[in-house]
Ligand binder design. Sequence first.
Ligand SMILES: *Cc1c(COP(=O)(O)O)cnc(C)c1O
Length: 376
Amino acid sequence: MMKIPFNKPFFTGNEAKNMAEAAFAGTVAGNGLFTKKCHRFFEKKYGFQKVLLTTSCSDALEMAAILCNLQSGDEVIVPSFTFTSTANAFLLRGAKVVFADSSPESPNIDISKIEELITPRTRVIAVVHYSGVACDMDEVMRIANKHQLLVVEDAAHAFDSFYKDKPLGSIGHFGCFSFHETKNIHCGEGGMLAVNDKRFTTRAEIIWEKGTNRAAFYRGEVNKYGWADIGSSFLPSELNAAFLYAQLEEMKNIQKKRRLIWENYRKLLLPLAKKGCFRIPEVPDFGTNNGNMFYLITRNPEERDTLLKFLAKKGIHAVFHYLPLHSSVFYQDKHDGRPLPCCDNYATCIVRLPFYTELSQDEMEAVAAKIGEFYH
Ligand SMILES: *Cc1c(COP(=O)(O)O)cnc(C)c1O
């Protein structure tokens, strides 16, 4: 029987060469040659003001949360339909997380409901660009500026995706990226923080390097380096950066393939969507498709579960996510009890189809054919 996995990490073939080069250069701790190459790549290609590679997106989110300077009892608005890291980062700072619902149109946060969650203790709005499709950032920034709040973009899905002419992750005060093996480009585990407001740049570098001003020391700006602030070891080793750089060098091909996969899935499944069997993702005029993932939204939870089982029996590994954070075992007692029906709907009706850079046209057609068989 044909087997189609959900994910297959992509390798360009140059990762090992770059890692060997890093090793032979003699320094494999962080912030070396390849880290700087990766930083320059993002700053040049997308015009990011300042980026710092991190060991994961979770760590980039934690850095952003530290930089937001939260006090105990401060509130942060976070969508419930996301990965745990988006919320954990703020809880770790002693903040209170106020969960927001998704929009009826897409799994992104419902922006029209953000303002009613704002209280005098609100400090931050966190948004997730689900599947790399932009939230309406003009609207998010308008609300944030009106109430003097900071904005953190969880751009874990959003590498090489845009809001109007702006790269995602460059619009809020902070943008957090993931280079986990399930994302568009990867280094196994990895991430990046984009610092988009100059007021935070110096402190970001210090927090990144265990609370020391080592980065400024290496640039010759100070003649001694020491303990300057709180911080942690957020920077990845050169081996990870060297791996990641090999992927960045190939990003044009990777992204071309992934966008095509997304478009072909859409073409193959549009007829069934038009018949009303399920919904497929829409990209609003202000957003782009970055080939992050493809998903269906079934009519009800029972159909979702039977479809997943049917596909599994045919050797196709489709998956679901996220379990709503507001009703998780960990958070249900801390949540204020508001129902978040759109979040619950996506959590119980989303089917993520196999999606990886080397997914072939034949495999895609096989997936679509089995879905057609299910609905026949
Ligand atoms: C993958 C993911 C993360 C975590 O990324 P890591 O690099 O694994 O820490 C955070 N948020 C979202 C929305 C994600 O999909």
